[in-house]
Design a protein around this ligand. Structure first.
Ligand code: GLU
Length: 312
């Protein structure tokens, strides 16, 4: 066992408790009404190594929905289904500097394709590229892929969160109609959104998220089973997007303060990884101004600084 692993084992619970109080500087997301029920002061983290061993601390039993974290893996699935050329004819490769659900640049910047696959417009376009003859079939393929990545056959989506977002997601609906008008989406808007809202509502815990991060950390091969799950090139693309736009408009600051590819979601989850070493799953539902888990980001700063994890 490395001394780094031992340090994690001895320090992680302390680091969680040191950073937990940061939740008071944020708020639990309420624009999807069902999300507002999450405990604001919860904070949990799981670090998983290539042997599948874990160091866990805090509220790791908490279940939460993936929300935007799912976009990393629907992008990968769409790339596996269609290849790079097709995917990047519908969605760009650049950060926006606008909010995740903004419509602004779609209209302002020609040719009007979403700037990247991690903002809502981009992720909705990506969802429409997943193969299947019906929304049910497309979502079943997404869920199957997520189950493979987590090694968890019981993974499901949360019906209440899905219903809650489906009933209130008017901005996403308007983005989707805009994309349809531009010829970026095909089929029916409601069918595309059904897949999108469902994959955002897939429910898991920090261990599941750490396992997904672990597959990315090992370039697409699950190091525990040895099974190759994602082509290396697509992991490279996903990790690049995570670095440039995975933490909303705080991606630059996160790169400076933590220095790891990461993706957060409005439920307070963060998935990150130390390439070649660990997958990390974290949850802290209280979000800062930029939409990232406030205690979670502080905790990752503490961990990365202490263990010298920054890639830069
Ligand atoms: N389902 C959420 C939405 O579309 C995901 C947003 C997020 O996690 O950033 O608004």
């Amino acid at each position: 066992m490395t001394s780094e692993w031992q340090r994690l084992q001895s320090k992680l619970p302390e680091w969680v408790e040191q950073n937990r109080h940061e939740y008071i500087h944020g708020k639990v997301a309420a624009y999807i009404p069902e999300l507002s029920k999450a405990p604001a002061d919860a904070l949990g983290v799981v670090v998983m190594n290539g042997a599948g061993e874990t160091v866990v601390a805090g509220d790791t039993e908490l279940q939460f929905t993936m929300q935007s974290i799912s976009k990393v893996f629907t992008l990968i699935l769409a790339l596996m289904d269609n290849g790079e050329d097709v995917v990047f004819s519908k969605v760009g490769m650049e950060p926006t500097g606008d909010r995740f659900n903004s419509m602004l640049k779609l209209e302002l910047v020609e040719p009007g394709i979403p700037f990247n696959p991690l903002i809502n417009a981009g992720a909705i376009a990506v969802s429409s590229l997943i193969r299947g003859n019906s929304p049910e079939e497309r979502f079943a393929r997404v869920l199957q892929f997520f189950r493979l990545l987590t090694c968890n056959d019981t993974l499901e989506y949360d019906q209440d969160v899905y219903d809650s977002e489906s009933a209130t997601g008017h901005l996403n609906r308007s983005l989707a109609y805009f994309l349809m008008e531009k010829g970026i989406l095909r089929g029916r808007v409601e069918d595309v959104l059904e897949v999108y809202f469902r994959h955002c509502a897939v429910k898991l815990n920090c261990t599941d998220l750490a396992r997904m991060g672990l597959v990315l950390a090992y370039n697409g091969r699950d190091p525990v089973t040895g099974v190759p799950l994602i082509p290396r090139r697509f992991v490279q693309i996903a990790k690049t997007f995570m670095t440039t736009c995975g933490m909303y408009d705080a991606s630059g600051e996160f790169a400076i303060q933590v220095g790891l590819p990461a993706k957060s979601g409005v439920s307070g989850g963060i998935m990150t990884m130390v390439p070649g070493r660990y997958g990390i799953g974290l949850v802290g539902p209280s979000l800062n101004r930029m939409g990232n888990s406030t205690a979670g980001v502080h905790l990752l700063e503490t961990m990365s600084r202490d263990l010298d994890w920054s890639l830069f």
